[in-house]
Design a protein around this ligand. Structure first.
Ligand code: PNS
Length: 166
């Protein structure tokens, strides 16, 4: 049987919180690689709604059906982290053309820093292409319905946070 190095992909992001768009990407990428590491940026500059620990816990619970998905966090340069994880791929999702410019800049910078690592883009499923963590927080904060936009466990956490509901 031919042996090969396991193909590891890192899917980095803020995940504040994970949406059904992120989950769709995880679901579609996991079967293509040996291991998918979903990793939350520990970002001191942003003011996230959920702590790093909360975001990791939500991701772990949502990713638990996928045996080859690991949830982790990182700081510093993404490419340094990817090298530590022996990852050859960085996974990012693209929803619309508006995502493209920022993603292109990051992909080219990362390629310059680590030419051996490829960025792989997957198109968000069309049902999810309008969803972002930012808009989900805005909608629930203003009393709108977010069901179907995030996994049910995440919806509960958001309701607790915004509406003080169990
Ligand atoms: O979900 P986000 O906030 O769009 O994710 C952005 C993320 C985490 C992918 C990006 O900010 C990142 O990779 N940060 C790590 C720092 C780094 O490596 N910067 C240089 C790469 S361009």
């Amino acid at each position: 049987m031919p042996s090969h190095n396991p193909l590891v992909a890192v899917y980095p992001g803020s995940f504040d919180p994970i949406t059904n768009g992120h989950l769709d990407l995880i679901q579609r990428c996991a079967p293509l690689v040996d291991k998918l590491v979903v990793s939350v940026l520990r970002n001191a500059h942003k003011h996230p709604l959920f702590t790093l620990e909360e975001r990791v816990a939500m991701l772990r619970s949502v990713a638990s059906p996928f045996p080859n998905v690991e949830v982790d966090c990182f700081d510093g340069l993404l490419v340094d982290y990817a090298r530590q994880k022996q990852a050859k791929l960085l996974l990012r999702g693209i929803r619309a053309i508006s995502d493209y410019e920022y993603e292109l800049q990051m992909a080219l910078m990362n390629r310059r820093l680590a030419p051996e690592i490829e960025t792989m883009f997957m198109m968000a499923g069309e049902a999810y292409s309008f969803i972002s963590s930012k808009l989900v927080k805005e909608v629930i904060g203003l009393g709108g319905n977010i069901s179907g936009l995030v996994p049910p466990s995440v919806e509960e956490k958001l309701k607790q946070r915004f509406l003080g509901r169990e």
